[in-house]
Design a protein around this ligand. Structure first.
Ligand SMILES: [Zn+2]
Length: 287
């Protein structure tokens, strides 16, 4: 029964993911409502072409009208959102420390799921949007901050809905916000965007003190790792003078703007869903 429910939440996630694709694609460009069409031939898509993940697989990643390749962003965001919904489902069973899903009052499970699904849906959209446009839209990050603050006041007990968080948990968000905001201010926006500061505020509210700091450390480590890998890869590409190298690799330099939100969000996911703790990792190395 648990596996059956979990599958339903995964499928629900892919449907929400398909809506997030529309938000990412149309935000600030065109109205969110209106039928979806092929960006290449403009043909309006039928319901058979709008089934999350499956349509992409059945059509082998091509438009049925003009055979133009469909962006892999669509199935990737759908699967990612499905996995996130699945993770929230198991997170809540763990969060309320119950052995069976039925021990959580339905109204509590439902409202908690609604808050967390919205929080993570927004994070998926911010992740992809920042990757493409290197900007975090306020319309996505402000609701994320508000819902994360609501989650912070959410009780861990299945008997009551709200409880007051510790001051440490309450203030780690504003502290991380000030840190990122000062990086943004003193570097005149070249090291960090102001959007990253707003994202960090919500991260702190969502994760609390310990996991907030942990996610913060993890994001920097992963970000530094990826930046070094890209730089190393670029120097290899330059040494061989390859003309076949992808254009984006040729343009990477120490000063190039690498979007930071995806790293913050990966760090948040590792801390939130996997309880990954940067300080435990540090103590492993005996530092
Ligand atoms: Zn087409």
């Amino acid at each position: 029964m648990l596996a059956y429910l979990a599958t339903l939440f995964f499928i629900f996630g892919t449907v929400v993911g398909s809506f997030l694709n529309v938000v990412i694609l149309r935000y600030d460009r065109m109205p969110l409502t209106g039928r979806s069409g092929c960006p290449s031939c403009g043909r309006v898509l039928g319901w058979k072409e709008l089934v999350p993940v499956l349509s992409f697989l059945i059509q082998r990643g091509r438009c049925r009208g003009c055979d133009h390749p469909i962006s892999r962003q669509y199935p990737l965001v759908e699967v990612a959102t499905g996995l996130v919904f699945l993770a929230i489902f198991f997170f809540l069973i763990d969060f309320y420390q119950v052995s069976n899903i039925y021990e959580i009052p339905l109204i509590f499970f439902g409202s908690s799921f609604l808050i967390l699904a919205s929080v993570w849906g927004l994070l998926v959209a911010i992740f992809v949007y920042d990757l493409y446009h290197k900007i975090i839209p306020d319309d996505l990050v402000f609701p994320f901050i508000f819902l994360s603050l609501l989650w912070l006041f959410h009780s861990v007990s299945p008997d009551e809905f709200l409880s007051f968080p510790s001051l440490w948990d309450l203030f780690i968000g504003p502290f991380m916000f000030l840190f990122f905001a000062s990086l943004w201010f003193f570097s005149k926006g070249t090291w960090m965007g102001f959007g990253d500061a707003k994202l960090a505020l919500g991260m702190g509210f969502l994760l609390g003190f310990y996991y907030g700091l942990s996610a913060f450390m993890l994001s920097f480590w992963i970000g530094a790792g990826v930046a070094l890998a890209l730089l190393a890869f670029r120097s290899v590409v330059n040494d061989f003078g390859s003309q076949k190298a992808p254009a984006f690799l040729k343009n990477i330099g120490l000063k190039s703007e690498i979007p930071f939100a995806p790293f913050l969000i990966i760090g948040t996911a590792l801390a939130f869903f996997f309880h990954m703790d940067a300080f435990g990792i540090i103590s492993l190395f005996g530092i």
